[in-house]
Design a binder for this molecule. Structure first.
Ligand SMILES: *Cc1c(COP(=O)(O)O)cnc(C)c1O
Length: 427
């Protein structure tokens, strides 16, 4: 990429959560293969290990032969056709695989074009399901610290502080927020009493509980106990509300099990998946629900599910998702993620000694360093690149969710770089 192109980027392109008037530095990437990104630093090419899987997505790394082939093969037939009134093999085959992978009973699939849209759809399903019985249940019950996407409805159930609810006051539906669930080693009793009381106060208005089970991702990389997940689901069911699990980040074995919900022994009424679905190749997500919810949605005054994106079930995305799910079925993913978890845990343990580090935690193929102060993102990014690793910290968190194909040496490179970079910049 030329200096002129980089200048154009700076002048004209928004990047995620970035300022147009004072953008932070971005690094051009020329290509990527395996777990490595080939990027430019000050005009020089460097190869670094990607510790981020491109935001939870590329769990098999880059230029994956099976995934490349799936896209090419589909390209030879068609890239896209509308899904209204038409269907195609990639959608059907993906639907079949998702129904097999989803917990028993979840077998009605809505293919959406991004995670946020799948959450929109899940929330709409819940609202429509209650509209059928004439109940005015318009509120979601959730916990603080969550993240469900950036469009308005998902934003309205995202953490009120992290989601800047005060700035959007009047534009967001006000939902019911319980406190963030305690970490696994903290007592639960008080939180359970308080959430129960809060739920009971609003029971008649609650359409659904929506949570990221076990691990809150972009809201703060907070791990919490399966008991808390079970409690929230039980509250919902006791009071006739639905349970929505947003597993867009946690799904497909990222936390060690197929779904984070598996570890909690809870089957939701609606499951949202996204991010790693296509192995990071193309944007695709799904909201998967039960026959019962689907029937209730159809019994609503609308008579059908009122959603239909232009690029619904895009064939290229469905084809690569099929190939990616076939890859996941071809090896022992749980054992692989278990090995990564052990290596992340061992590799990050020495960070506990650093003065700047308040906490170290791992769950599945996710490793987190929590700092006592906000991360100097630009400097920590540079310091990690010096050590051959791409990380993208936020707030007070430096974390990794590496591709599952990382070798033990790659994981050691990642953990050493995280610790080295944090120590160099924050002490
Ligand atoms: C990323 C994410 C979303 C939003 O997905 P997009 O594809 O970015 O719209 C929703 N929920 C969770 C838990 C996520 O991690």
């Amino acid at each position: 990429m030329s200096g002129e192109q980089l200048a154009f980027d700076r002048e004209h392109l928004w990047h995620p959560y970035s300022s147009m008037t004072a953008p932070t530095r971005v690094y051009p990437v020329d290509s990527a293969a395996g777990v490595r990104l080939r990027l430019q630093r000050d005009g020089r090419p460097v190869e670094v290990v990607d510790a981020m899987s491109s935001w939870w997505a590329a769990q098999h790394g880059y230029a994956v032969p099976e995934l490349d082939a799936a896209v090419r093969d589909q390209l030879g037939r068609m890239s896209h056709v509308m899904f209204g009134g038409l269907t195609h093999e990639p959608a059907v085959e993906l639907g079949r695989r998702l129904v097999d992978l989803a917990p028993a009973g979840l077998d009605k699939v809505f293919l959406a074009d991004s995670g946020s849209v799948s959450v929109e759809v899940a929330m709409k399903m819940a609202w429509q399901a209650h509209a059928a019985s004439g109940l005015s249940r318009t509120k979601m019950f959730t916990v603080r610290g969550g993240y469900h996407g950036d469009t308005f409805s998902p934003m309205s159930v995202t953490d009120p502080d992290g989601g800047m609810h005060s700035m959007y006051g009047g534009l967001l539906i006000e939902h019911v927020f319980a406190d963030k669930p305690p970490a696994p080693d903290e007592p639960l009793d008080t939180w359970i009493e308080e959430t129960t009381r809060l739920f009971e106060q609003h029971a008649d208005e609650i359409a659904a509980v929506i949570i990221e089970p076990l691990l809150q991702g972009a809201g703060g990389m907070h791990v919490y106990s399966p008991d808390a997940v079970r409690h929230l689901a039980a509250l919902a069911r006791r009071h006739g509300a639905l349970v929505i699990f947003d597993e867009i980040a946690t799904g497909f074995w990222r936390t060690g099990t197929r779904w984070a919900g598996d570890r909690c022994d809870v089957v939701p009424d609606i499951l949202c998946v996204g991010k790693a679905l296509t192995g990071g190749y193309l944007t695709l997500a799904a909201a998967i629900t039960t026959a019962d919810v689907a029937a209730r949605v159809d019994a609503s005054p609308a008579g059908a599910m009122m959603h239909g994106p232009t690029f619904m079930a895009n064939p290229l995305a469905c084809a690569v998702a099929c190939a990616n799910l076939d890859l996941l079925a071809s090896y022992d993913v749980a054992a692989t993620v278990g090995r990564i978890e052990a290596d992340l845990t061992q590799g990050l343990a020495p960070a506990g000694e650093l003065a700047s580090v308040a906490g170290v935690r791992t769950i599945g193929a996710v490793g987190v360093l929590e700092l006592r102060e906000p991360v100097d993102v630009a400097r920590v990014t540079e310091a990690a690149l010096d050590r051959g690793v791409w990380v993208r910290p936020f707030r007070n968190l430096v974390y990794a969710m590496p591709p599952f194909i990382c070798t033990r040496a790659d994981i050691a490179t990642i953990t050493a770089a995280m610790i080295g970079a944090v120590e160099e910049v924050h002490g």
